[in-house]
Design a protein around this ligand. Structure first.
Ligand code: ATP
Length: 357
C-alpha cells in the first residue's frame, strides 16, 4: 500500500481539524483530497509529509510506520502553492538543492536535474533565476525539485491555484502525463472539484475533518453517499427540491414535489414512510423537458454554448433550477416548461442529508 492512514486525528488546542480518518492509497495511484476551505485537507497532507504532528492514529508509507519519522526520512516530496523557490538561485541550483544537501556526487546531480528538466521542458531555462520565469515555468521548477528526489510519494498542496485558468488546464494535463510517466504515488489537495475529477484515480471528499466519501470520480458523481457530496461534485451542481413520499412499491417510490400537483418517481429500496419529508436531487443533464413534467419552471436565462445550453430556471416557489440541454437550439427564454427525470436519475436524501438507496 502506498499510503495508509489509521484513525488519524488532529486538534489545534480545543479545535478538532481532523476527526478520525482512515484511508488507503494504493502504490502508484493519484489520490485527491478535495473539500471546501477549512475542511482539513491541507492539515491531512501536512501530517503525511511530517510537517504537522498527529494528535492520534498512525501513518504508513509503503507499509512502514512513519508517524514519528522526520519529514526528510519519509520518502515524500512536497510541492507547495507558492512554489517556495530560492530567488537568488538559478533554476538548476533550485532543482539541485536537496541533492547537494544530501552530498550526492556531482555526476548524479547533473543526471537527475537533467532528466527532470527534460521531463518538464525546462532545459532552456536552467540558467535563469525564478524571477525570469512565467508562473507556469516556476511551478514546473517546483515540481522538478520534487522529481529529482525520486520520492515514493509526491504531495501537492493546491499547486495550480496561483495560475490563470488557461494555464491551470494545461498544467493539469501535464500532471496527468507526469503521473503516468513516473508511476509514483501522488496525493493532491485542491478545493476545485473539476481538478479533483480530472486528476484523480481516487477522490476523498472532506468536510469538517471527516471523509464524507471516497471513490473513483465517476462513482462519486453517479452514486453520492450524501447531499454534501452530491452537491459538491459536478458543475453546474446538482439541483435539490423538497419532496414528500406518497407511496413505495418495491423499489419504486412516488414522490410529491414542492409547488407541483404532478408526481415524480424514484428508485429506492430502503424502506420509506408515507408522508416522510425528503430532499430530491437531480443533475442538470438528467432533466427531460415536456408539457406534462412534474416540475413547472420559468426559464429566466438561457446560455447557449453551441453544443449544450444551460437553462437557468425558477420554480413558482422561487427555487433556482439549472437544466442542461443538448441537441436543440430552440429559444426558451421567458417560457414556462415542465421538467421530469427518469426514476434512476432521481436521488433521494433523508432529513440528515444521507442518501436513501
Ligand atoms: P484551505 O483550502 O482554506 O487551505 P483546508 O481544508 O486546507 O483549507 P486546513 O488548512 O487543513 O484546511 O485547516 C483545517 C482547519 O484547521 C481550519 O479551520 C484551520 O483554521 C485550522 N488550523 C489549521 N492550522 C492551524 C493551526 N496551526 N492552528 C490552529 N488552527 C489551525
Amino acid at each position: 500500500m502506498g499510503v495508509r492512514l489509521q484513525n488519524v486525528a488532529k486538534s489545534f488546542g480545543s479545535f478538532t481539524a481532523i476527526r478520525d480518518v482512515s484511508m488507503q492509497i494504493p502504490t502508484g495511484s493519484f489520490a485527491v483530497f478535495v473539500g471546501p476551505s477549512g475542511c482539513g485537507k491541507s492539515t491531512l497532507l501536512r501530517m503525511i509529509a511530517g510537517l504537522e504532528e498527529t494528535s492520534g492514529g498512525e501513518i504508513f508509507i509503503e507499509d512502514r510506520e512513519v508517524t514519528a519519522v522526520e519529514p526528510a526520512d519519509r520518502g515524500v516530496a512536497m510541492v507547495f502553492q507558492n512554489y517556495a523557490l530560492y530567488p537568488h538561485l538559478s533554476v538548476f541550483e533550485n532543482m539541485a538543492f536537496s541533492l547537494r544537501l544530501a552530498r550526492r556526487p556531482k555526476a548524479e546531480v547533473l543526471a537527475r536535474v537533467g532528466e527532470a528538466a527534460r521531463i518538464l521542458q525546462l532545459e532552456e531555462h536552467l540558467h535563469k533565476k525564478p524571477s525570469q520565469l512565467s508562473g507556469g515555468q516556476r511551478q514546473r521548477v517546483a515540481i522538478g525539485r520534487a522529481i529529482v528526489r525520486q520520492p515514493k510519494v509526491f504531495l501537492f498542496d493546491e499547486p495550480l491555484s496561483n495560475l490563470d485558468a488557461e494555464l491551470r488546464v494545461q498544467m493539469r494535463l501535464e500532471l496527468t502525463r507526469l503521473h503516468r510517466r513516473l508511476g509514483a504515488t501522488m496525493i493532491y489537495v485542491t478545493h476545485d472539484q473539476v481538478e479533483a475529477m480530472t486528476l484523480a484515480d481516487k477522490i476523498f471528499v472532506l468536510k469538517g475533518g471527516i471523509v464524507q466519501q471516497a471513490g473513483a470520480p465517476l462513482e462519486l458523481y453517479d452514486d453520492p453517499d450524501n447531499r454534501f457530496v452530491a452537491g459538491f461534485i459536478g458543475s453546474p451542481s446538482m439541483n435539490f427540491l423538497e419532496g414528500r413520499v406518497i407511496e413505495q412499491a418495491g423499489d419504486r417510490v412516488t414522490l410529491a414535489v414542492e409547488g407541483s400537483e404532478q408526481r415524480l418517481e424514484a428508485c429506492v429500496s430502503a424502506p420509506l414512510q408515507s408522508g416522510q419529508q425528503v430532499e430530491i436531487g437531480i443533475r442538470p443533464e438528467h432533466f427531460q423537458i415536456s408539457q406534462t413534467g412534474a416540475v413547472p419552471v420559468t426559464v429566466e436565462v438561457a446560455e447557449e454554448l453551441g453544443d449544450v445550453s444551460y437553462l437557468y430556471t425558477r420554480t413558482s416557489g422561487g427555487r433556482e433550477i439549472i437544466v442542461q440541454r443538448k441537441g436543440s437550439r430552440e429559444r426558451l427564454d421567458g417560457s414556462t416548461i415542465c421538467l421530469s427525470a427518469p426514476p434512476h436519475h432521481v436521488l433521494v436524501f433523508d432529513g440528515e442529508g444521507e442518501r436513501l438507496r
